[in-house]
Design a binder for this molecule. Structure first.
Ligand code: C2E
Ligand code: MG
Ligand code: MG
Length: 736
């Protein structure tokens, strides 16, 4: 999920939540407002309804003196008196009480007197009221039938607002009753019907009394009677329409809402602002989370020291590049890069310096490669590059750039390191082989590059596999030979200038029953790269110790590999072998190579010092072939320089200046002995002798031979050399 999607999701979530909260709050508020308004309306309605009822009662109470009256029974029922009716009913109720309409009905509910708007009218005018009063009359007559009820009620009235014409009129039907003893003719008494318009003044009185706003009487259709408006039904028109008192109710909720609305708006704004803030905070947190996730991902796929891809990412990219090759024809290259002698940097200057070298190499590789290439640190000083969409020439060019780019001096602060690297290249044009096979091929090619002298690149070739197999087989056989003690030691004589043997050099020999003789030039480097060298060294030294006891007067030289020397416990082992065999350290010259001195580490210095203390002499083998400087010679306790064969081979008779001569001069000035190696001709021998060389070794003076042949060889050399005294001396020396 990318950042935008996550941001969008967070934004959506927060907006959704904020909207939901606002909607919920708004819903609650509206409900509360409505409830408050509804309660207020119902309260007002109850008040108004009670008021109306009260008003009706008051009206009826005012009528009581006229309808509970013996005389009224006499004059309206027993013996109807129109004039009495006019004076006591019409003038009193119509005049004093203010009723607009007053009618008297006889026991048969027939109008017998009428009074409208202050004037007596024909009873027939009652027709306009007949329909509207019918039900009220029926109710009264029903009550009348029950004397007990009538007695309990005292005054019997029924009233309602009815529509007369278009005017709402409060109609009251009252039963005329005796107050003392008068009796009606029949069991039905006359009725007085009074009507007063529900005048505006009535409405106003209500408005004032109950603080109703906008109160008015309205005639409304039947279905409006159920409406939620503030209204009280006062009566009903014959056609079903309702006569209602309506008003605009107080709305405390809405009022409160109106007053609170600025605050509510502020609250909504604050909520919006809060949501925005929350969004920003959450987004920042999410960003951090994404970053740490990205960091974790990066760590899982990259080398922490260099930031380059690690093996996992490399494999993934290689698989991908391989898959692409199937779709798009072309070449895919894989380069394995290995630093030459990186271990020496680590050993000499420490791991921090090693890390600096690795980081520098990563930086240079990044500068050399293209963006589309994948550079990876496979581990230690091993790097690999995937070069997609390339050609064999492209691979070669990149390999060359890498070899050149990773060579030269590097200042580490604590010292300088000579940087160089070897590169193995595998290039394929089809995805036939797996990616693992490609990496293996590049690795095999790298091995070949290292074998061929380092600081170069090699392309994988199928026969390398065969060579590798051969090497593996050789390695197996060498282990086997070591286990079975099949390695032997040959000795090559070293003579003085007179040709007299003064010492021998012990040289390891391996004769395989199937392979025949295998040269040290082959199995010694193999033993060095496989870690078998220490074991070989021990075996040769042990044998040389035993054999040295046979030639008390001869110096015995033994080769010690640099790896052997820097292995911990070397001095102890040597000491133990001396003890075991009874040989003397002073008989031995340990031949070390210049690479040992080049390391110049504390351990090497300590080891050389300890060796010297044991009584060994030290010779620098193949001197001149490496890079050891004068300073190195001064710093270390070297006794002898062995002039490399190449300088002997290049000697020409009579030549005044030669490297060999220079070395001899140097050795003299430092007080060191010299041995010339590879002396094959008499000329070389004589020239070297003239130059002042002390000792000589070479086919001319004797080839490497079994220990048993040394005595004879010594004798033969002595005889061949000078005189009988020497012969005698030699014989005495070798005890023959
Ligand atoms: P090295 O120590 O310089 O030994 C001398 C090499 O020169 C020997 O080769 C010897 O046979 C060869 N040699 C002597 N005289 C002549 C000559 O006149 N002409 C020519 N062309 N070569 C001559 P070898 O025995 O094949 O040993 C080769 C190298 O293998 C040795 O060089 C030494 O560095 C290494 N080596 C041999 N044995 C051992 C061993 O036991 N331990 C270690 N660490 N290295 C060994
Ligand atoms: Mg040697
Ligand atoms: Mg040598």
């Amino acid at each position: 999920m990318n950042r935008n999607t996550i941001e969008l999701k967070i934004f959506g979530l927060i907006v959704g939540m904020a909207t939901a909260v606002i909607l919920l709050a708004a819903g609650l508020l509206i409900t509360a407002v409505r409830q408050a308004d509804l309660r207020e309306r119902l309260y007002e309605q109850t008040l108004v309804a009670n008021g109306l009822r009260q008003r009706a009662k008051e009206v009826q109470t005012a009528l009581n003196p006229y309808v509970i009256w013996d005389e009224a029974i006499h004059k309206l029922d027993n013996d109807f008196d129109l004039q009495w009716a006019s004076q006591n009913v019409g003038a009193s109720i119509g005049g004093a009480l203010g009723y607009n309409a007053v009618f008297v009905l006889d026991a048969n509910d027939q109008p017998i007197y009428g009074h409208l708007n202050g004037t007596d009218v024909s009873p027939q005018a009652y027709a306009a009221y007949a329909a509207q009063t019918r039900s009220l009359i029926d109710e009264i007559r029903t009550i009348e039938k029950d004397p007990a009820r009538v007695a309990a009620l005292r005054a019997v009235h029924k009233g309602r607002v009815e529509l007369i014409g278009n005017e709402p009129v409060m109609i009251t039907v009252s039963l005329v009753r005796p107050d003392l003893a008068a009796r009606t003719r029949t069991d039905r008494a006359p009725l007085i019907i009074s009507g007063v318009p529900v005048a505006k003044s009535v409405v106003k009185a209500f408005s004032d009394r109950f603080l109703l706003k906008d109160a008015r009487i309205e005639i409304v259709p039947a279905d409006a009677l159920k409406s939620q408006d503030a209204q009280i039904q006062m009566g009903r028109a014959p056609d079903g329409r309702g006569i209602v008192l309506r008003w605009s109710p107080r709305r405390p909720g809405a009022e409160l809402l109106r007053q609170a609305s600025p605050w509510l708006a502020l609250a909504v704004l604050a909520a919006g602002f809060g949501a925005l803030l929350l969004f920003r905070v959450t987004r920042r947190a999410a960003k951090k989370l994404l970053l740490s996730e990205a960091e974790a991902k990066h760590l899982a796929l990259h080398d922490p020291l260099t930031g380059l891809a690690n093996r996992t990412l490399f494999t993934d990219r290689l698989v991908h590049a391989h898959a692409l090759l199937r779709r798009k024809p072309g070449y895919l290259g894989v380069l394995c890069v290995d630093l030459d002698r990186f271990k020496e940097v680590n050993d000499s200057y420490g791991h921090d310096a090693g890390d600096t070298v690795i980081r520098e190499v990563a930086r240079r590789l990044t500068a050399i490669c293209r963006e589309t290439d994948t550079i990876c640190r496979l581990g230690g000083d091993e790097f690999a590059i995937i070069q997609p969409d390339t050609s064999p020439q492209g691979c070669a060019a990149l390999a060359q750039r890498v070899v050149e780019g990773l060579s030269g001096d590097l200042d580490l602060g604590v010292g300088r390191a000579e940087l160089s690297c070897s590169v193995g290249v595998a290039v394929v044009s089809d995805a036939g082989h797996g990616q693992a096979e490609m990496l293996r091929q590049a690795d095999v090619a790298l091995y070949r590059a290292k074998e061929s002298g380092r600081g170069r690149y090699c392309f994988f070739e199928p026969e390398m596999d065969a060579a590798l197999r051969l090497r593996k087989g050789l390695e197996r056989d060498l282990r086997d030979a070591l286990e079975r003690d099949r390695l032997t030691v040959a000795y090559q004589p070293l003579t003085d200038a007179k040709g007299v043997v003064v010492g021998v050099e012990a040289l390891a020999r391996w004769h395989d029953p199937e392979r025949g003789d295998i040269a040290p030039a082959i199995f010694i480097p193999l033993a060095e790269s496989t870690g078998l060298i220490s074991e070989i060294g021990r075996a040769v030294f042990r044998q040389a110790c035993r054999d040295s006891l046979r030639w008390p007067g001869l110096e015995v030289s033994v080769n010690v590999s640099a790896l052997q020397l820097s292995a911990p416990g070397f001095v102890g082992e040597v000491e133990a072998i001396l003890l075991e065999t009874g040989a003397s350290a002073s008989t031995f010259v340990l031949e070390i190579t210049e690479t040992v001195l080049l390391k110049d580490s504390e351990t090497v210095r300590d080891t050389l010092r300890d060796i010297k203390q044991l009584g060994f002499q030290l010779a620098l083998d193949d001197f001149g072939a490496g890079y050891a400087s004068l300073a190195y010679l001064r710093r270390h306790p070297i006794d002898k320089l062995k002039i490399d064969r190449s300088f002997v081979a290049s000697l020409t008779p009579g030549e005044k200046t030669s490297v060999a001569g220079a070395i001899i001069g140097l050795a003299k000035s430092l007080g060191l002995k010299t041995t010339a190696e590879g002396v094959e001709t008499q000329d070389q021998f004589e020239t070297l002798a003239r130059l002042g060389c002390g000792e000589f070794q070479g086919f001319l003076l004797g080839r490497p031979m079994p220990a048993s042949a040394i005595a004879a060889a010594c004798e033969a050399r002595a005889l061949a050399s000078v005189d009988a005294i020497t012969v005698k001396r030699v014989r005495r020396k070798i005890g023959s």
